[in-house]
Design a protein around this ligand. Structure first.
Ligand code: DX5
Ligand code: ZN
Length: 232
């Protein structure tokens, strides 16, 4: 069976002076997920945007767009900001395993807000580090609230868009295999960093479900075609 691939557009690469029209352009080109990269200048060397911008996007989205809002927190203490993003309409909230916040507590806080929880890992963090946060068949329902729905494998060092792709196929395969053999619920694997028409086939064949792409999508002459290339 062909599995479904979702594309998330990292709006860090959009024309930020015209964010609303950039978001409408995504929708017109059949890209239905907005990837919102929050950086604090502490966890990563760069600073991007936060709540006020996110709330504005959610206001456009409320009108008629109905796009998925996927927040990627590259911040030192994500737990502190989960409620703010959750109540502002984030569908997915992903935070870093390498951050200071307690992982289980943060996953629970995300779920308590009704969002799906993702854990992200940097290129140097091994696959095995996320295994304790993927549900085990033995646990079943009572503890589901504490397990991640998504694992985001970074294919660049977090901090900037437009970096060169690092091949994390082996890590993706290990996580896919562990989740398929052990999880009582579906775990999606997302990849983020340097994804384009050349690198997408590599991560898809390793088992990725969600492909995040910034520069490739926003720089494309034909965004629709670019999105289709990633999905195909
Ligand atoms: C990197 C961010 C990515 C990045 C993707 O720290 O998390 O989402 O903006 O941009 P590209 O696709 O240009 O690597
Ligand atoms: Zn990201």
């Amino acid at each position: 069976m062909e599995k479904h691939i979702s594309i998330g557009a990292s709006i860090l690469s959009a024309d930020l002076l015209n964010l609303e029209s950039e978001i409408r352009k995504l929708k017109r080109n059949d890209i239905n997920m907005i990837h919102f990269d929050v950086m604090d200048g502490v966890f990563v060397p760069n600073i991007t945007f936060g709540m006020p911008v996110f709330e504005s996007i959610n206001r456009i989205d409320d009108d008629d767009l109905s796009m998925l809002l996927d927040v990627h927190l590259m911040i030192a203490d994500p737990l502190k900001y989960i409620d703010a993003f959750g109540t502002s309409g984030a569908d997915y909230i992903t935070f870093h395993l390498e951050s200071e916040s307690d992982t289980v507590e943060t996953i629970r806080a995300i779920h308590n807000n009704g969002s799906k929880a993702g854990i992200a890992i940097k290129p140097d963090t091994p696959a095995e580090a996320v295994f304790p946060y993927i549900n085990s068949k033995e646990h079943k329902y009572p503890y589901l609230n504490s397990f991640a729905d998504i694992v985001l494998v970074m294919t660049v060092e977090p901090g900037f868009s437009g970096q060169k792709f690092m091949d994390m196929s082996e890590k993706i395969r290990k996580i896919r295999e562990y989740a398929d053999n052990n999880s009582a619920h579906e775990v999606l694997i997302a990849v983020d960093g340097g994804i384009d028409d050349q690198t997408a086939p590599i991560v898809k064949s390793a088992g990725a479900d969600i492909l995040v792409s910034g520069s490739y999508l926003f720089k494309a002459d034909d965004m629709k075609k670019a999105g289709e290339m990633l999905e195909a």
